[in-house]
Design a protein around this ligand. Structure first.
Ligand code: HAM
Length: 426
């Protein structure tokens, strides 16, 4: 019997889940400041959404998708990324008809890719991502990059590198594609099998190949930057000037092509340069995709966004030794003795909770001493003691653990007293 989590998946246990919540809340706060709204889309889509959206010749579509047939014989796929899903939702729900344009969306999504697992690469992983649909203003490119950098910086990361490139418009890329085919064809036989296929289908991806990275023809390959037409060049210059205006440093890397087919104009990645981060250093990647909405059946609408791996974000925090505050105290722990007090205890715990006080009690049938020990382990700030005697007098004993100070509080004043102590009377 195999009852272990499948290869490439992980459990996030409560201590770590608190870190995730901290990071997610921080990010949501930043999205709010940047005026982005959340979108949630289904975990699976018709396979065609990704085949058409991400691109037939990409590694994701060719090798990495979790595709299955449902009982009605339809081909469905667990989403490997968010952009195609969000664009599909944008088209289907006619968000292009909304008065507020561009549509600025963010998401937290689980993604699924059948890759070889290693540090920072799993088969199920989480992305925070944003997509802006409906604007071709280079200032929004800078805003999207700014948002990603703001997330990292606000969490305390400093060893970051932003790499940008322009893939130009269709005309520029067509010219560039020709130049690449001309350049690599004489070396075809020396390239890996994947690159031999890429030469026909998607020559830009050759520049991204991990296997042929050191082949001599790579170093002297033509640069996309020499093939940008005037409009593409101007667009790229404007994006860079806005990044300069915000004060975000970047490196231009003409070999940055990204692994998905929908990109044009701006492409970018953010890497961790922290020592000991591991072999895979890309924290986030994104870019502009002006043709995707049309490709998925909508009206011509420009788009730009990024995806940020959250597991990698947590690894980067670890590598930079940044501690995330983990809340491990408990406001109150109620210690009770005897059958009668127990039913009063159940009521008190309920009443305190609905009045905003955090409280727990024993459910293990522990003796009094063991209940106090449990309160200690939970780092309770206050221990509330309810025995037969207290019950008779309709009082409860409230002990502040930090000072050892004890007071007797009439039961009907407990909520107000605890609110006063813990919430400053709120
Ligand atoms: P991507 O570069 O495929 O882009 O993925 C974005 C990020 O997701 C990566 O930089 C990495 O942090 C994380 N990631 C990818 N694969 C894995 C994995 N197997 N395990 C752990 N983390 C992983 C996209 O997905 C595009 N949709 C980004 C985008 C949005 N472009 C425009 N809008």
């Amino acid at each position: 019997m195999n009852i272990k989590a499948p290869r490439g998946t992980v459990d996030i246990l409560p201590k770590d889940a608190q870190k995730w919540q901290f990071v997610e809340n921080k990010i949501k706060g930043i999205c709010d400041k940047f005026h982005f709204d959340e979108i949630r889309t289904p975990l699976f889509e018709h396979t065609e959404v990704f085949a058409r959206g991400v691109g037939d010749s990409t590694d994701i579509v060719q090798k990495e998708m979790y595709t299955f047939e449902d009982r009605g014989g339809r081909s469905l796929t667990l989403r490997p990324e968010g952009t195609a899903s969000v664009t599909r939702a944008f088209v289907q729900n006619k968000l292009y008809g909304e008065p507020n344009q561009p549509v600025k969306l963010y998401y937290f999504m689980q993604m699924f890719r059948n890759e070889r697992p290693q540090q920072g690469r799993t088969r199920q992983f989480s992305q925070f991502g944003v997509e802006v649909l409906g604007s071709a203003d280079p200032a929004i490119d800078a805003e999207v990059i700014d948002l990603a950098m703001t997330v990292y910086k606000s969490l305390g990361l400093t060893s970051l590198k932003l790499v940008i490139n322009s893939l130009g418009d269709l005309e520029s890329r067509t010219e560039y594609r020709k130049a690449l085919v001309e350049h690599f064809t004489p070396h075809k036989a020396e390239l890996c099998q994947d690159c031999q296929n890429r030469l026909d289908q998607n020559p830009l991806r050759i520049l991204d190949c991990k296997v042929d990275r050191d082949h001599p023809s790579m170093k002297i390959a033509p640069s996309i930057l020499d093939y940008l037409n005037d409009e593409s060049k101007r667009y790229f210059d404007q994006v860079k000037s806005y990044l300069d205006a915000i004060g975000i440093p970047y490196e231009v890397d003409p070999n940055l092509v990204r692994g998905l087919d929908y990109y044009n104009h701006t492409a970018f990645e953010i890497m961790s340069e922290a020592e000991g981060f591991g072999a895979i250093t890309t924290l986030a990647g994104g870019g502009r995709y002006n043709g995707l909405v049309e490709q998925l059946g909508g009206p011509a609408t420009p788009g730009i966004g990024f995806g940020m791996g959250l597991e990698r974000l947590l690894l980067a925090l670890e590598a930079e030794k940044i501690d995330i505050p983990v809340e491990d105290e408990l406001d109150c722990y109620l210690v009770s003795m005897g059958e009668q007090s127990k039913s009063e205890a159940v009521r008190i715990v309920h009443d305190l909770r609905i009045n905003g006080i955090q409280v727990d009690q024993d459910y293990q049938g522990r003796k009094i001493k063991a209940q106090f020990k449990a309160a200690d382990r939970y780092k309770a700030k206050y221990v509330l003691v309810l025995g037969e005697e207290e019950l008779e007098k309709q009082i409860i004993n409230v002990k502040e653990m930090a000072t050892g100070e004890q007071v007797e509080v009439p039961l009907n004043q407990l909520i107000d007293t605890m609110k006063e102590k813990l919430l400053g009377g709120k």
